[in-house]
Design a binder for this molecule. Structure first.
Ligand SMILES: NC(=O)c1ccc[n+]([C@@H]2O[C@H](COP(=O)([O-])OP(=O)(O)OC[C@H]3O[C@@H](n4cnc5c(N)ncnc54)[C@H](O)[C@@H]3O)[C@@H](O)[C@H]2O)c1
Length: 323
């Protein structure tokens, strides 16, 4: 078999949950990785530092501590590093928080991504893969969500910035022929996950004996997507160099929030104290993905929540030294 040519990939948000996992997988298969992250304090930056120093220990990569809004820094990086491809993950994530600080979301998610697109055109990047989100579907009534559905009615500032990113990427593909693909991630979970996301908060509170807030009184469902499946799908798209596309990337089984909590309880060995709460503004009751488009590239999600949640809780207990 012909040997695959090594690729140099620039990952923005490399100290983040998805970025660090992607970096590891790319280096495992022999690619070179350059990353940028500003280690902001949206959640505990120690977790970001530990992803770099512990999770990626022993790996050889270059990390720039800096901001994607800093055009001069980006110019220096692109000029020096001779990057082949970009995976743009740096963003302010989190639907609920975007209601509190919408202008920061606009600044990082839209302006920051545009800076990267500008550089990618200038330095003739071969593929620009960027994080969009299932939240672009807003209150779409049709299930599962398909890429052909209209996404013109986002219901949070965060979702609007992600939709804007898709529109802007289209412009750069159309005018400058930059290959771009946006990935609409559906609720990602797994080891080294984000402290602001449900599984992390539920696990922490349950272990510490504090109640968990169950929104919409538990009447929620999601295509929870395990981190390894997200990484393998992202790599499929990174290798494909599509001209201009947007794709769903989600687990293949619709799970209810109550089942997700139940599996967590089984793994912790303790019942959660549940505060049944109304729906949160900006949130949606169900996000279920039609993943047939990404499947056509040969991708298949393989991790069920029973296995994925167990892996998360094993990691959580070890990382936080839970007895
Ligand atoms: N995790 C999910 O379930 C999910 C779902 C949908 C979309 N996404 C998107 O996927 C991407 C990665 O998400 P994640 O879960 O890994 O989040 P994360 O917050 O763990 O990772 C993002 C990283 O980007 C960095 N960053 C933020 N602003 C920056 C800036 N201005 N300059 C440089 N670095 C900056 C952060 O410090 C962080 O380490 C994001 O774009 C997010 O919106 C994630």
């Amino acid at each position: 078999m012909a040997k695959r040519k090594k690729v140099k990939v620039f990952i923005t948000g490399g100290a983040g949950f998805i970025g660090s996992n992607l970096a590891k997988k790319l280096m495992d298969r022999g690619d070179e990785v350059v990353m940028i992250d500003n280690f902001n304090d949206y959640y505990d930056p120690k977790l970001k530092r530990d992803r770099i120093s512990k999770f990626l220990k022993g790996y050889d990569f270059k990390l720039y501590k800096g901001d994607i809004r800093d055009e001069k820094l980006l110019e220096r990086i692109f000029k020096k590093e001779k990057i082949d491809k970009v995976v743009s993950l740096a963003a302010l994530a989190g639907v609920r928080n975007s209601l509190l600080d919408p202008l920061a979301y606009e600044d990082v998610n839209i302006k920051g991504t545009m800076n990267l697109l500008q550089m990618s055109v200038k330095y003739k990047i071969k593929n620009f893969v960027y994080a969009s989100s299932s939240s672009v579907y807003g209150n779409n009534k049709k299930q599962p969500f398909s890429e052909t559905d209209s996404v013109d009615t986002p219901i949070s500032p965060y979702a609007a910035t992600k939709k804007a990113t898709e529109l802007i990427a289209h412009v750069y593909s159309h005018i400058y022929k930059l290959p771009t693909t946006g990935l609409r991630f559906f609720t990602v979970y797994g080891p080294w996950g984000r402290p602001d996301m449900a599984l992390f908060m539920f696990t922490k509170n349950t272990i510490e004996g504090r109640p968990i807030n169950v929104f919409n009184r538990g009447k929620m469902s999601r295509n929870f997507t395990y981190i390894d499946d997200i990484v393998s799908g992202t790599i499929k798209v990174l290798d494909a160099n599509l001209k201009c596309d947007v794709m769903n990337i989600g687990g293949d089984k619709e799970e209810t929030l109550m089942r997700y909590i139940e599996v967590m309880e089984e793994n912790i060995g303790k019942k959660a104290k549940k505060n049944m709460m109304p729906m949160q503004p900006g949130d949606v009751p169900a996000t279920v993905a039609d993943i047939s488009k990404l499947r056509k590239l040969g991708w298949e999600p393989t991790t069920r929540i029973e296995e994925g949640i167990k892996n998360f809780i094993d990691w959580y207990k070890e990382y936080y030294k839970v007895k």
